[in-house]
Design a protein around this ligand. Structure first.
Ligand code: TEU
Length: 584
């Protein structure tokens, strides 16, 4: 890779921060976050060490899926502000050295998008913009209309909806208000190019591409039995690769724009192809494997967590991909401290341990709003407090099958995407400083003590721990880009090494993490192998600068044969010459 190419890969040194605008900061008292609210918090974001923002959708939307159902790709929803507000945001972020990345939701539109409205009336050129099919049994006289195939959607139930106007079914992999676009139609791809240019010309640095691995449907044949029936006909198809390559070549490359694709259910091989620099498609992918260690399918069906399973999966992806998108939370996932941590008895320590995990892996970190203060899952106690369309669709389906309320609530409570969507807890005032009005979704009662203001000046807080780790990472080529080697793991503990990049004076690091409520004794052979000094000379004279603990969430600075509950330690190797790095 030439030096010019490397210089263009700014995203390799970036720290991203995802904003879910509805829940971030309200400025006008309507109970929903907005763009002026985001602008008012840019200093807090910059203080964290963030250098790029990913904004979840701000486009006009009927909000069937909180903005992931877009009715105008070239506008800003008036409830978030105006295009001028957006331009001000991009400029204000730029002043702080922060780039802005938009969410690009092009697998589907809203059913209220003018394209769909024209398409259902068969008006050209839109008649063929969506995936329309007659019922399967047209011609029989039973009067029942069977969907064209057996596919099921991601929000449960059939992936087809009957349209009375067009008298045909349309495909929707998500909610019925999110009809899938037809990527067999070249006119659709031209529309997307225009949309990309529109935002790139306004100064955005790139796109997070929603469910991009599902774009192209190769065939509409029946699907094999499985959780999501039909997947094999549209997951990571050659047609999708072709479109991504075309978008990169025709639009993204001339702007040196960045893309991270949300790649649902992909294997490592599929992810590699989608993000292989040589193929020129996506820069990075968001896979889900590492968040599903304790689940049977996606976010459902709990099973016991094991640190060794997590380390095995992380190793597969750390080694398998050229560069990883590192994330533990987003607007669809439970809060990580409530998921892999312990938000009751070791809240702060486990939140910090998980920060160490995320920020000592090779790749580009994406931090989700509120993660940096250790926000927890919601404290809702009943289904009527939930907004998430996915939760309600699942509830409806289970109700129809006679599943009792208590079981439905149990299932939805742990999996609902609203766990990550409660308003950001800025301070301990009413509604946590998020809004002066009535918040669109309940604020967690723990905002009385778990909030940004309480942590800002406290050196021991989760927030300041994140800030220090981000600074350490920025100063360490090894932590950002060095090699990754798993060291040891069992049910509760893992350790891995980060090895120096070629030609760097930054030495290697060993990371120790305890994922349990118990003190874990480290077996002697583990310690010996971890502590053998790679820098020691042939005489065994040892390094000038001894190994040093540069990160600890307990205050302990020596690995003495055990790890306290949820303890994290990062130990820098000894060096032959005195080390002048920045310690955290
Ligand atoms: O999510 C896609 C996706 O598959 C999920 O993470 C989804 O929430 C879950 O797996 C369903 O079980 C993206 C967006 O991030 C999500 O918010 C949208 O609802 C979805 O696409 C549709 O646009």
């Amino acid at each position: 890779m030439t030096e010019a190419t490397l210089a263009h890969q700014w995203w390799k040194d970036a720290v991203f921060y995802q904003i879910y605008p509805r829940s971030f900061q309200d400025s006008n008292g309507d109970g929903r976050g907005d763009i002026p609210g985001i602008i008012s918090r840019l200093d807090e974001i910059a203080a964290l060490g963030v250098t790029a923002l990913w904004l979840s959708p701000l486009y006009p939307s009927p909000d069937a899926d909180n903005g992931y159902d877009i009715s105008d790709y070239r506008g800003i929803d008036p409830r978030y502000g105006t295009l001028e507000d957006f331009d001000r945001l991009v400029a204000a972020a730029k002043e702080r050295g922060i780039r802005v990345v938009m969410d690009l939701v092009i697998n589907h539109t809203s059913d209220e998008h003018p394209w769909f409205q024209a398409s259902r009336r068969r008006e050209e050129p839109y008649a063929d913009y969506y995936i329309w099919r007659p019922p399967r049994n047209l011609g029989d006289d039973s009067g029942d209309r069977e969907p064209p195939n057996n596919w099921t959607g991601f929000f449960m139930g059939s992936a087809w909806e009957w349209d009375d106007v067009r008298q045909e079914f349309y495909l929707h992999l998500f909610d019925k208000k999110q009809p899938d676009l037809n990527y067999h139609n070249p006119a659709v791809i031209e529309e997307i190019k225009g949309i990309l240019k529109f935002w790139l010309d306004r100064g955005v640095a790139g796109f997070r591409c929603d469910v991009i691995s599902l774009l192209y449907k190769s065939s509409l044949e029946d699907g094999k039995p499985g959780a999501i029936r039909g997947l094999e006909h549209y997951k990571a198809q050659p047609g999708t690769h072709k479109i991504l390559h075309e978008l990169r070549h025709a639009v993204l490359d001339p702007y040196n724009a960045f893309t991270v694709g949300e790649t649902v259910m992909v294997t490592l091989e599929e992810a590699k192809d989608l993000s292989d620099p040589g193929r020129g498609e996506l820069d990075l992918v968001f896979y889900f494997d590492h968040l599903e260690v304790d689940r049977l399918v996606a976010r459902y069906g709990p099973k016991p967590f094991r640190a060794d399973t997590l380390l095995r999966r992380l190793t597969t992806w750390q080694r398998g991909l050229d560069w990883n998108a590192l994330y533990l939370e987003n607007h669809d996932q439970p809060r990580i401290v409530s998921h892999y941590g312990n938000d009751r008895h070791y809240w702060s320590r486990s939140a910090q341990m998980l920060a160490v995990l995320q920020l000592t892996l090779r790749g580009t970190p994406f931090i989700y709003q509120g993660q940096e203060i250790g926000m927890t899952n919601f404290d809702f106690t009943s289904l009527d407090q939930i907004n998430d369309v996915e939760s309600h669709n699942i509830d409806r389906l289970l109700r129809r099958r006679g599943v009792p309320y208590s079981l439905r609530w149990y299932l939805i409570k742990t999996a609902s995407r609203d766990n990550a969507r409660t308003p950001v807890q800025w301070d301990s005032s009413e509604h946590a400083g998020f809004t002066t009005g009535q918040p669109w979704l309940g604020v967690n009662a723990n905002a009385s003590w778990l909030n940004y203001a309480a942590q800002d000046g406290d050196p021991k807080s989760v927030l300041n721990f994140y800030r220090r780790l981000i600074r350490l990472r920025a100063a360490s080529p090894t932590l950002r880009a060095g090699g990754f080697e798993p060291l040891i793991a069992d049910r509760a503990v893992m350790a891995y090494r980060r090895t120096p990049t070629a030609g760097s004076t930054d030495p290697g690091y060993t990371v120790w993490l305890n994922f349990s409520d118990q003190t874990q004794r480290l077996k002697q052979p583990w310690l010996t192998s971890a502590m053998s000094d790679p820098e020691a000379g042939p005489t065994g004279a040892g390094p000038v600068h001894p190994p040093e603990c540069v990160v600890s969430n307990t205050g302990r600075r020596r690995l003495d044969g055990c790890l306290l509950p949820w303890e994290a330690m990062v130990i820098r190797d000894g060096t032959a010459t005195p080390w002048r790095g920045d310690a955290a």
